[in-house]
Design a protein around this ligand. Sequence first.
Ligand SMILES: *Cc1c(COP(=O)(O)O)cnc(C)c1O
Length: 494
Amino acid sequence: MPRDITNAAPHINRNEALIFERSSPGKRAYRLPPLDVPEANAADLLGEAARPHLGAMPEVSEIEIIRHFTRLSTWNYGVDTGLYPLGSCTMKYNARVNEYVARLEGLAGAHPYQPEKLSQGALKILKLLSDALLDITGMDAITLQPAAGAHGEMTGILLVRAWLESQGNARKKILIPDSAHGTNPATAAICGYAVENLKSSASGMVDIAALATQMNEDVAALMLTNPNTLGIFEEDIHKIADLMHAKGGLLYMDGANMNALVGKTRPGDFGVDVMHLNLHKTFSTPHGGGGPGSGPVACKKNLEPFLPVPVIAPKSDGTLGFDYERPQAIGRVRAFYGNFGMHVRALAYIMANGAEGLRQTTEDAVLNANYIRKKLEGTYDLPYATPTMHETVFSDRLQARHGVKTGDIAKRLIDYGFHPYTVSFPLIVHGALMIEPTESESKDELDAFIEAMQAIAQEAAEDPNLILEAPHTTRVSRLDEVTAARKPVLRWKP
Ligand SMILES: *Cc1c(COP(=O)(O)O)cnc(C)c1O
């Protein structure tokens, strides 16, 4: 039985809910006091800026406005509503203490043009976060500026290019495993590199022999996600780093999966030269519509001179300041200093957990993913037997026999009150179901999810149409997803 969820709102049927238009002429949501100044017309006061008429604005009463937006808010699904097992995205709970700290007046009201001597608190926050992230990654230097993971990738590969150019040759190619996130090849191409595909071994890891033949003096770097997008830790990571360095190349790590490593092992210790972090994944800052992202880039000493300006630097009088005098810097990658509000939240998360807490977080994330894997193994096909860490990837092979595909199972999951997992990624698994529960979830929530997945597998065998027509409980059912992505209708039009 699908569980009772608020966003199913069973008392509103679909047709009624679709009546979006509530306006009728003459309704008002305000009442103004009687005019106590001489009446003037807008054109006299505003000249050309005056609008002759206001256009077709909705006319509704106050309660209708309140009900309209409150109703819309209940049609959405978020991490505050329930499990959000979107693999690779690390949709963890955004702790309210982060929000409290970010809203403190001195931080929320700080202006980026405020003089340095009046910004010592904000600078201290940036410094403390930088130091904590360097500690966690084992790297030497960092920039907090990039606004997302993909932006961090671009910044990191520009550092690689700048360093290689300083050695006399920027090189031509970047190697990228076939399991990589789509932003990796996009980044390499945008930074002027040709992308060369590196195939995975039968156990789902980098094929060392293939890497050894493909690595040569034309290759600038390998972009590697570790654990990779199958959730598998690259156990030959030292060999991989040595192979890259022996031929003068660098190892870039896509750090989107750091939730499996924090407090356990450090990229700086296993040969990574440069990497990005996703604060909105690993460090609990809001995701998607919840807020802007943040993708700091950490690097080894040799890349430090190329970091974007400004960098935070202690001054001779003991205060902190921004250093812009860096002749080798790649330039700026972001207005001001990055998404400061996210830096505050990430630091709050790190300090609230402490070193022990962060290590526990990693252990719980890996435990939760493996609990799901163990419980659903057999019900769903596991394409790779290699043990996984914080996420696990099934395929729809068993359900496809009944005509039910990964996307259909995901839609049916919505009826059971859960956000879908990641569908059809990574690309090397045909019909992938990529599941990442994160550490935020209780055993009860994981059990409810597992039961839903088992029930859906049974439905697939007994009544596949039920799944093929899902979701049944939402305001709209199957959308034309391509048109929705390519030609989104984002504005209300009368
Ligand atoms: C999320 C993710 C990215 C991109 O990060 P954004 O912040 O969405 O730009 C890159 N690589 C992997 C493996 C990811 O999971």
